[in-house]
Ligand binder design. Structure first.
Ligand code: B12
Length: 135
């Protein structure tokens, strides 16, 4: 390849909107662990998710880097990863308990995503609330 061709290829990479480098960046999020069935204060963990990455990846990364956060999940054949336990507390069918996934958006709204941890893509500065509760 000639020098001008190489140069224009490099320029193109620099100028592409949402360029390739964006894929390597990460955005800050908080993970808040709440237990609505016990009188314990919520615990907040500040972490990151890769650009357009799924929540499951961010939770794995948090678990690998912080010994105070642990979680387990099971694999549902239809809906993917189901959050089973957080920090040793597991939901169960007998007691009708589960970990609900809520999101507090940057403008303060609380939403209940209609997908689980394997599909949800957090946005910058969201608070991901993992809330132990009953159905
Ligand atoms: C009942 C129900 C629940 C109950 C299940 C209780 C139980 N053990 O029976 C509870 C309240 C726990 C629940 C929780 C959630 N649910 Co739900 N749930 C349903 C519902 C209404 C019926 C499921 C059912 O009983 N099917 C019949 C049985 C015979 O089939 P089954 O395959 O054995 O059912 C199991 C799976 O559905 C599984 N399950 C239920 N919800 C979810 C969600 C995810 C992400 C996974 C992996 C598995 C899973 O639990 C069922 C019992 O074991 C469906 C909607 C529908 N009408 O199908 C939504 C549905 C499956 N749930 C959904 C969602 C989003 C959630 C939550 C993520 C909501 C939230 N933001 O917290 C959470 C899961 C959080 C977590 N811990 O990972 C979505 C999944 C969509 C998707 N593509 O991801 C559905 C389709 C509803 C919707 N919004 O459209 N759910």
């Amino acid at each position: 390849m000639t020098a001008p061709v190489l140069l224009s290829a490099a320029m193109l990479l620099l100028l592409l909107p949402g360029s390739l480098t964006e894929g390597r960046s990460s955005v800050p999020i908080d993970v808040v662990v709440e237990n609505s069935l016990e009188n314990t204060p919520p615990v907040t963990f500040s972490t990151h998710v890769v650009y357009r990455g799924i929540l499951l990846g961010a939770l794995k990364q948090l678990m690998d880097s912080n010994s105070n956060f642990k979680f387990t999940y099971t694999e549902d054949p239809n809906y993917g990863p189901y959050l089973e336990s957080v920090n040793g507390v597991a939901g169960n069918d007998k007691d009708h308990t589960y970990w609900e996934l809520l999101v507090k958006t940057q403008d303060g709204k609380i939403i209940r995503p209609d997908v689980g941890i394997g599909c949800y893509i957090p946005s910058a500065n969201e608070q991901i609330v993992l809330k132990f509760t009953k159905w």
